[in-house]
Design a binder for this molecule. Structure first.
Ligand code: CTP
Ligand code: MG
Length: 232
């Protein structure tokens, strides 16, 4: 099968950027922190736009940022395919708001959900995730092998187990899904720490594809330094 055979219907990407960034502690929401004069969201959207088959982009932002001209001024690449929606209190609420905006577009067969905070994720990762879904998975997530040995502990720090490191993956975004599968999973109303967990819980098959160190998430000031170093 060639790449063209595996090409899905349209791809829609939801970029979630409505968090406050409490661990980063900047004066503006994390996605609007600047790196070399451009916002994290601007880098993230630029890279997401490189995805093959992309037909729609949903930006989920804090209420104060939901104005297209304000986003354009902040260097966020918008287009006729772009919808801006206001996020919610938790990441799950923000994703749900983004999915609602995509639900009205019948062209979309694959949905990617991406953290604006993973602002340097290369376009190749987006394409790899889409290809895995186009090839038949309900969901695909980028992941990296885990370097540290992971212990399971009880409430007082007592070790109750050691996980088999070879079978562990630290997962990133974009996470991609067949559109119908993700909508159904979100309709369950459950909360989870990533989108794939909701699909897994609903019985969907999710596979891990190769992630990329550049898809790390900016969480702390140290991560911002790392992003700056990666750009220079
Ligand atoms: N996010 C969102 N809506 C929320 C919470 C998070 O859209 N209510 C987005 C963030 O903007 C980010 C991504 O989800 O791009 C991953 O979340 P995280 O890194 O935890 O960002 P914040 O929640 O903003 O940071 P913190 O947890 O430190 O407050
Ligand atoms: Mg958070």
């Amino acid at each position: 099968m060639t790449d063209a055979d595996a090409a899905p219907g349209g791809v829609g990407v939801v970029v979630v950027a409505a968090g406050s960034g409490s661990r980063l502690g900047a004066e503006v929401p994390k996605a609007f922190v600047q790196l070399r004069g451009r916002t994290l969201l601007s880098y993230a959207v630029e890279r997401a736009r490189g995805t093959r088959g992309l037909v729609a982009v949903v930006l989920v932002v804090p209420e104060d940022y939901a104005d297209p001209s304000r986003l354009t001024d902040l260097g966020v690449p918008l287009g006729p395919d772009t919808v801006i929606v206001v996020g919610g209190a938790e990441r799950t609420d923000s994703v749900r708001a983004g999915l609602a905006a995509l639900a009205v577009d019948p062209r979309i067969e694959v949905v990617l959900v991406h953290d604006a905070a993973r602002c340097l994720t290369p376009p190749t990762v987006f394409d790899r995730v889409v290809a895995a879904v186009a090839a038949g998975a309900d969901g695909a997530v980028p992941g990296l092998a885990v370097i540290d040995t992971i212990k399971v502990v009880d409430s007082v720090g007592g070790v109750t187990g050691t996980l088999q490191r070879a079978s562990l993956r630290a997962v990133q975004t974009p996470q991609g899904f067949r559109a119908e599968v993700l909508r159904t999973a979100y309709a369950s109303g459950h909360q989870a720490t990533d989108d794939a967990a909701l699909v897994e819980r609903a019985g969907g098959n999710v596979i891990v594809v190769d992630g990329d160190p550049l898809a790390f998430k900016v969480t702390t000031a140290e991560d911002l330094e790392r992003a700056l170093a990666a750009l220079t």
